[in-house]
Design a protein around this ligand. Structure first.
Ligand code: MEV
Length: 426
């Protein structure tokens, strides 16, 4: 049964009940999302195999973003984040895109690149061409390191060689391009780079130094596009203001950094929930934002001929479904099952779409009522819970402290006491 991502009223349930509703809507068996339970799915013994000197675990909330239609498929999206209002904002933006068909994506391919740094070449231009002449030999040497990848239709595809001027002199950099299929690809390309380096040294008559992937994964670009309904956004003026906000971020690096932070609120949350490498993705996205020499916005907004808002985003996304924490972490596995994605390409499409949705939600709030109102309403729920409000008391307490414009634990305690008194006397 295909997923239905239109789950209204999720907020009114307890986490366990929500989990059951999400599992149902995603067509999963009852136990499929059990890893999201109390301990966060990871046993200490499992954690002990993942990193060094393990002393414990740190839990992060996972919320589910609703309403997403991505390339004509409904997706319920797990988001791991400590920031209030992120999940609600993404769901809301997805609702505004849904009436015009949701998100549409395209990708450049699953190619990662490794760099081999070459020092002290006597004839850099000649060395460069000798390497290019040896392309097939180098590609075969690289492929021999990973027959499994070749078996899945991936493998080394191309090389290019650049000559760069540095403050310690001229250097040569060989790039090895590898189709990594459904892997994030770091291990595969790093192994290949180390394997071809001795031959690169022979061919160039020079010395190789660093052999490592580049996180500027610009052969693994993903693009997402959506039309956001003008009326649901708040009208023509809001559309025009979001376009002006977008132009601001395109022109000014100070604004672009914050604009892109809003995009990463969505991207990192899904990358983390699915056990992927958040730092690799962040390094890739920010390097892409600076690709023309000046740091700029990763997304753009325009008004279409019907007056609706068209949002577009392009980012490099080095994410995978096989290997790493995605395979080892039970919660990441459950997150992948909830999403129902079957390839790294589909996962990347979801991540880019959530990034765009998150960004639209922030731009809309900033261009309309400002960010604090919505943020405070949701933050108030956390404050109410910290003050001791039970599940059936949180909403009422949060509403009171927001109405009084006093969002603090102290005020929440007083509001809770008043609520209990009131309920006791009813
Ligand atoms: C806050 O986490 C993110 C925003 O600052 C993004 C933005 O300004 O576009 C609201």
């Amino acid at each position: 049964m295909p997923t239905n991502s239109r789950l209204s009223g999720l907020r009114d349930h307890e986490p366990a009940r929500r989990r059951a509703l999400v599992g149902d809507a995603a067509g999963l068996e009852p136990e499929a999302l059990a890893a999201f339970g109390e301990r966060g799915g990871l046993a200490l013994a499992q954690a002990d195999h993942m990193v060094e000197n393990v002393i414990g675990l740190m839990a992060i909330p996972v919320g589910v973003a609703t309403n997403f239609v991505i390339d004509d498929v409904d997706r319920l999206v797990p988001m791991a984040t400590e920031e209030p209002s992120v999940v609600a904002a993404a769901s809301n933006a997805a609702r505004i895109a849904r009436v015009h068909g949701g998100f549409h994506t395209s990708a450049s391919g699953d190619v990662m690149m490794a760099q081999v740094q070459v020092l002290d070449a006597v004839d850099p231009e000649g060395a460069r061409l000798r390497l290019l002449e040896a392309k097939h030999e180098l590609l075969s040497l690289a492929d021999a390191q990973d027959p499994v990848l070749a078996g899945f239709g991936g493998g080394a595809r191309d090389i290019d060689v650049r000559i760069i001027s540095t403050r310690t002199g001229t250097q040569l950099v060989l790039h090895l391009h590898v189709d990594v299929r459904d892997a994030m690809g770091a291990n595969a390309v790093n192994t290949m780079a180390e394997a071809i380096a001795p031959r690169v040294a022979e061919i160039t008559g020079a010395r190789t130094l660093l052999r490592i992937l580049t996180n500027k994964a610009d052969r693994r670009l993903v693009r997402a596009r959506a039309t956001f309904d003008a009326e649901l956004l708040g009208g023509a003026q809001t559309v025009a203001d979001i376009v002006a906000a977008s132009a601001f971020a395109e022109a000014d690096p100070y604004r672009a950094a914050t604009h892109n932070k809003g995009i990463m609120n969505g991207i990192t949350a899904v990358v983390l929930a699915t056990g992927n490498d958040t730092r690799a993705v962040e390094a890739g996205c920010h390097s892409h934002a600076a690709r023309a020499g000046q740091y700029t916005a990763l997304s753009h907004y325009e008004q279409d001929s019907d007056g609706n808002l068209v949002g577009t985003l392009e980012v490099p996304l080095a994410v995978g479904l096989v290997g790493g924490a995605t395979r080892a972490h039970p919660t990441a596995q459950a997150a992948v099952r909830m999403l129902g994605v079957e390839s790294a390409r589909e996962l990347a499409a979801v991540i880019a779409s959530v990034g765009l949705a998150q960004n639209l939600a922030a731009c809309r709030a900033l261009a309309a009522e400002g960010i604090q109102q919505g943020h405070m309403t949701l933050h108030a729920r956390t404050v109410a819970a910290s003050a001791g409000a039970a599940v059936d008391e949180v909403t009422a307490v949060a509403e009171r402290i927001v109405a009084d414009r006093k969002v603090s634990v102290d005020e929440a305690r007083k509001a809770l006491a008043r609520l209990r008194e009131q309920r006791g006397s009813e």
